[in-house]
Design a protein around this ligand. Structure first.
Ligand SMILES: C[S@@+](CC[C@H](N)C(=O)[O-])C[C@H]1O[C@@H](n2cnc3c(N)ncnc32)[C@H](O)[C@@H]1O
Ligand code: SF4
Length: 477
């Protein structure tokens, strides 16, 4: 358990608050390039060049929500459920999404007549439970008809307790979904009112009970700290309430505040944000309290019960950090479907679909690849991606593992970064290991993980191709 007093708050305040990436990808999307159909088909073909056939993970993006939450940084679109035009938009989007699955299933599902097995499916959003029970069955039915899905596949969905019914949860279980992730954010009434998301504790409790009743054995809570009006006391209470409901996993996200890019965040009172020092205490409280309640600290901001797949994946090297947070399945090729969905071939490429629903729809209906930007990774990108993945997922860089994964010697490859690493050691963010690698210290290095990671990011000094400017990110801690 962490001792709150052991942290050096002077050192912390020198590092906290810098605008740095969260590395849900490396290189971050800011440094990807525009692609046309020919370029995207070359990128997709990299999947067939892997030395061994890799199994599959599928991501389906469902962008609809009934009401805007003011803090939200996701790609979502607000559609009134009771409007006829809204219902038509949703049903057309589903048809297009299924068409995209059909267009691509043949290429992805088989390489040289060998079938690739789907080990993981995730529906993200927006709010996937915006869909009716019939629509859920329609979309999942189309997926199962097109791909070979492993009987023990991990099939998960993001669920907003305000719009999710017991009936939907039963239908999801019948379809084979086995993991749900609840957007909880905070239990405090004042904070909820301010962020435009009223969701009483009893409502979350009921959704958890319904999910357990339906047979879900893995339930995740998304919580956010650093929101306007939150105090150390209110966050402590949020943590206690979360523990009371016994989720299997918890994502304890730092509020990503980028009002320049996200218009809806401009409605929040940013003078009421907790300062860096308070946020540090909130994170340390979470680590201590979740730890005391038996949760294992995973990656930058996740906690999970010891018997959860996520913890097992951490032990067997299959843990992954991506746009979906910390996940299992590092050994899989991920293909994204739907507007803004991202495909990831580890060490090889990223590819993202059109963000805008109309542009995405138009392309798919014409049979054109809806990918709009992406990146083929260089050898150096692959090395840095592997190093960063270790840092975020395992809190260390192990030279033997790096050698195995990407064939480089840590000390010589990162010789140029050596003086920066020395500074991190002097400031007690990292320690050098006996095996010649580095490990994040507890607690300072872990809470400033993004600052350590920045040392291994080869792009931070470069201008972004999209804007021609230095990119801004949310505050590091
Ligand atoms: C697609 S939403 C979850 C599903 C559903 N729409 C809901 O809100 O319940 C994914 C998660 O991203 C997180 N999130 C969204 N905007 C964020 C922000 N600005 N900073 C940190 N986390 C954020 C929230 O915790 C949210 O639950
Ligand atoms: S937090 Fe969830 S429900 Fe709220 S706007 Fe974002 S995606 Fe929609």
């Amino acid at each position: 358990m962490l001792e709150l007093q052991v942290i050096n708050r002077d050192t912390f305040s020198r590092y906290a608050g810098l605008s740095l990436p969260r590395h849900v990808a490396y290189p971050m999307p800011t440094w990807w390039h525009e692609v046309d159909a020919e370029a995207s088909s070359k990128l997709r073909a990299l999947s067939t060049c892997a030395p061994a056939l890799r199994d599959l993970s599928l991501y389906l993006h469902l962008p609809f929500c009934e009401k805007m939450c003011r803090f939200c940084a996701c790609n979502r679109t607000i559609v009134r459920k009771d409007s006829q035009s809204g219902a038509q938009r949703v049903s057309q989007y589903l048809d297009v999404l299924i068409k995209e699955l059909e267009l691509r299933a043949e290429d992805i599902g088989k390489i040289n007549s060998e079938r690739r097995i789907v080990r993981q499916i995730h529906w993200g959003g927006g709010t996937p439970t915006y869909l009716s029970c019939e629509q859920i069955q329609q979309l999942h039915g189309a997926t199962t008809a097109l791909f070979d899905i492993s009987p023990d596949a991990e099939i998960s969905i993001e669920v907003d307790p305000r719009v999710t019914t017991a009936e939907q949860l039963c239908v999801l279980r019948k379809c084979g979904f086995n993991r749900i992730s609840l957007g909880v954010q905070d239990f405090d009434k004042k904070v909820q009112e301010h962020i435009g998301r009223i969701q009483p504790f009893e409502m979350v409790k009921q959704t958890v009970a319904d999910a357990r009743q339906a047979g879900f054995t893995s339930i995740n809570f998304d919580l956010i700290y650093g929101l306007p009006l939150q105090t150390i006391q209110s966050v402590k209470s949020m943590i206690e309430k979360a523990i009371e409901l016994e989720p299997d996993r918890i994502a304890f996200y730092h509020y990503a505040q980028i009002p320049d890019r996200i218009a809806n965040q401009r409605g929040l009172d940013h003078t009421a944000l907790p300062d860096s020092d308070s946020k540090l205490t909130m994170m340390l409280e979470a680590t201590a309290r979740f730890g005391n309640a038996g949760y294992v600290y995973v990656g930058l901001d996740h906690f999970a019960k010891p018997d959860e797949m996520l913890v097992q994946a951490m032990h067997n090297g299959q843990i992954n950090r991506s746009f979906q947070g910390m996940t299992t399945g590092a050994e899989l090729d991920l293909f994204g479907f739907g507007c803004s969905a991202i495909s990831i071939l580890p060490r090889s490429m990223y590819l993202q679909n059109e963000h805008d629903i109309s542009a995405y729809t138009e392309k798919v209906l014409l049979g054109i690849d809806p990918a709009v930007r992406g990146k083929a990774l260089t050898k150096d990108d692959g090395v840095r991606q592997a190093a960063l993945m270790q840092l975020y997922c395992l809190a260390e860089i192990d030279p033997a593992r790096l050698q195995r994964e990407v064939g480089v010697d840590f000390a010589s490859y990162f010789a140029q970064e050596s003086s920066q690493i020395d500074r991190l050691v002097a400031d007690d963010l990292v320690e050098r290991t006996e095996l010649g690698g580095i490990r994040l210290t507890q607690p300072l290095g872990r809470v400033l993980m993004r600052n350590v990671a920045a040392v291994f990011d080869g792009y931070l000094d470069e201008d972004a191709p999209w804007t021609g400017m230095k990119q801004t990110f949310s505050a590091s801690a």
